[in-house]
Design a protein. Structure first.
Ligand code: SF4
Lengths: 178, 478
């Protein structure tokens, strides 16, 4: 059985996922080695129960991100904090100096024309948490991959190590933010 | 008790709960409304306040990992406007090339990585396989070519900017690094393969048009306005130019509008049920002012394309519109996207062969000369505006951004409603309905990380909910 890999997109820009796709032709090799069981680029709706490795992009920014983070932890053997937003909060956490009300007010009242309307139907849309947080403040993570985004070589290295049954110990060249 | 019902389509995975669709039925069971709810909000417009104008290209490219180069260039252009200077010819040509590299990689992603699983495996194939990895048995060569076409676009960006995603290369006044001879020569070696792959994609899509000929008329087929940049002579633009607006009958209703005055022409409405705003063309009212942007709109508003292969293909496209001169059917976004890749590859070749591209005169320097600046650019999904107010030191006071995907918001809602009206059979939620709604949204290639966060395919949970919030029917696809 091929190891089951999931990739998840929380409060981020998708750049970490795009960097994953930037592995280019190596993706074809990867397809022989893993089963991609859940991902924004795939079609499966529920996070499966028995995931071997989950790569999680983005900070935990709203109530649905938080719920998803817990589901990922419950259902995965190994959780990789994927990129700077997941690892430090990064750009997604730049809003933390303001309250959710202040940023919503700017976007939907001060910049509105006509009737200002603030999105508030929280049965259909997710409520912002007071602060966007790095993933490890919400759940235990097993390793971190730095970079905004991590480079394709870094991602390839980390996945190869994980497939070989080792926790990726990143060489110094990969230890950078931004 | 009212018999009004709501059907909720909740794509939990693909967009990690960032978007959701509800279909509302009246008491006779007919579709009364459909809503595309966007779930994600990051607040860039607020937290950029207090940052330096010079940092904005680097910060705002983090709005989106799919089209960061478009945000980068648009932000740098807003900076040029604040400095109130022209930039060197080479800098403009290099930024143009970056923009076209961005189009190529993003459009290749949309077609090969995201939409082709439906096209090649079929809308009703096993969902677990229906992704780029699933295509690797059986369609390996096709997918390898697609991966390489996207790689070509990314290599343009990497060669110019030093990295593929979130390069800080463009700045107010120009760009940071010139293009070297060796790098230029290397990029030129890609051109024949990139053209060949684009023609392969075009052939594949034309077969799809035949295969789905009966369905296609229902995919967002309605008149609306179209907005895009055109040159002074009406050519397809992507970096400079001014705005043209055409209506659904092909009449030009406004032309050569100054991008800096966009707020005069475009209003932004919001609703309680979505974080994504609803821009509209102000001279008409909200909803009547519904307009589409992006590849379909750009081909609809331009008079011609300056490169020969793309222009020949544009004429074929135009021939499909009957006597209207505009294509009102959103399924043809796919076709328009491929024509734009062809244009991008041809134009990149021209730019690379232009000797001025190697000049090292790439940056003009100036102080803050205006307190306000607007940048505009055609991002892959449509026209993008950045608008900054600064103080005398260049510290950002206020930011407004009008994002491409948001400008298609009204049209996406309308498309879902059209598909629901056509395919919803009583209160039964069929697989066919789910498939078609997915495919309908995907026509717009919504770059939901700019605004919402959705790529790829949409796994669905559809619930039929009565007025008392009781689930009366449910269907899910895994
Ligand atoms: S770490 Fe950077 S690339 Fe990754 S999601 Fe965050 S902003 Fe985007």
């Amino acid at each position: 059985m091929k190891p089951k890999v999931a990739t998840v997109w929380l409060g981020g820009c998708s750049g970490c996922h795009m960097s994953f796709l930037d592995m280019d032709e190596r993706l074809i090799e990867l397809a022989d080695k893993i089963e991609l069981v859940y991902s924004p680029i795939a079609d499966v709706k529920h996070f499966p129960k028995d995931v071997d490795v989950a790569l999680v992009e983005g900070a935990v920014s709203n109530v649905e991100n938080e719920e998803m983070a817990r589901i990922i932890r419950r259902s995965s053997k190994f959780v990789l904090s994927f990129g700077d937003c997941a690892t430090t909060g990064n750009v997604t956490a730049m809003r933390n100096q303001f309250s959710p009300d202040e940023i919503m007010h700017r976007a939907y009242v001060e910049l509105a024309d006509g009737d200002p309307t603030i999105p508030s139907e929280f049965t259909t849309i997710a409520k912002l948490l007071p602060q966007a947080k790095p993933l490890h403040e919400i759940i235990k993570v097993d390793a971190f991959l730095h970079g905004c985004p991590p480079t394709p070589d870094q991602i390839w290295f980390a996945i190869s190590e994980l497939l070989a049954g080792r926790t990726p110990e990143l060489p110094n060249v990969y230890l950078r933010y931004g | 008790m009212s018999l009004t019902k709501t059907i909720t389509i909740e794509p939990v995975t693909r967009i990690e709960g960032h978007a959701k669709i509800t279909i509302h039925l009246d008491d006779k069971g007919s579709v009364s409304d459909a809503r595309f709810h966007v779930n994600e909000f990051r607040g860039f417009e607020k937290f950029c306040e207090g940052r330096l104008m010079w940092e904005m290209p680097g910060i705002t490219s983090r709005i989106c990992g799919i089209c960061p180069a478009s945000h980068l260039v648009t932000s740098a252009k807003a900076g040029d406007d604040i400095l109130a200077i022209g930039i060197p010819e080479t800098a403009e040509k290099l930024r143009r090339m970056l923009t076209l590299g961005q189009w190529t990689q993003s459009h290749a992603l949309s077609f090969f990585h995201l939409s082709s699983p439906d096209f090649l495996l079929g809308f009703d194939s096993e969902p677990a396989k229906r992704n780029i990895f699933g295509l690797m048995d059986g369609h390996k060569d096709f997918i390898r070519r697609g991966i390489r076409l996207r790689k070509f676009g990314q290599e343009i960006i990497e060669t110019l900017g030093g990295r593929r995603i979130h390069t800080p290369w463009a700045v107010a006044g120009g760009v940071r690094e010139p293009l070297g001879v060796k790098e230029r020569d290397h990029l030129l070696t890609w051109i024949p393969e990139a053209k060949e792959t684009t023609f392969l994609a075009l052939d594949t899509l034309k077969k799809i048009h035949e295969k789905f000929a009966q369905d296609i008329p229902n995919y967002g087929n309605f008149r609306s306005l179209y907005v895009g940049l055109v040159g002074e002579d009406g050519r397809l633009e992507y970096y400079g130019g001014k705005l043209r607006v055409r209506d659904g009958n092909g009449n030009t209703i406004a032309d050569q509008l100054e991008p800096r005055e966009y707020q005069k022409y475009f209003g932004e409405h919001s609703e309680t049920w979505s974080y994504l705003k609803f821009p509209y063309y102000k001279p008409l009212s909200y909803k009547k002012g519904m307009y589409r942007v992006g590849p379909l709109a750009r081909l609809n508003v331009c008079d011609y394309i300056e490169t020969p292969l793309a222009e020949a293909e544009r004429k074929v496209f135009n021939g499909l519109t009957g006597n209207l001169d505009v294509m009102n059917n959103s399924f043809y976004y796919h076709y328009a996207r491929l024509i734009e890749i062809l244009f991008a590859v041809e134009k990149i070749e021209m730019l690379l062969n232009d000797p001025v591209i190697l000049s090292e005169d790439i940056r003009s320097k100036a102080m803050i000369n205006r307190r306000e600046g607007v940048g505009v650019c055609e991002a892959p999904r449509g026209v993008l505006f950045h608008h900054y107010h600064v103080d005398d030191d260049g510290v950002i006071q206020k930011v407004n951004m009008l994002i491409a995907t948001a400008q298609n918001n009204l049209a996406m809602n309308r498309t879902i409603r059209q598909l629901a009206m056509q395919y919803l059979d009583g209160a039964t939620i069929t697989e066919g309905l789910l498939n078609r709604i997915e495919a309908g949204i995907r026509c717009y290639d919504p770059c939901l990380s700019c605004s919402t966060h959705a790529i790829g395919q949409m796994p669905l949970l559809v619930q039929l909910v009565d007025a008392g919030n009781k689930v009366v029917a449910e269907r899910r696809r895994r």
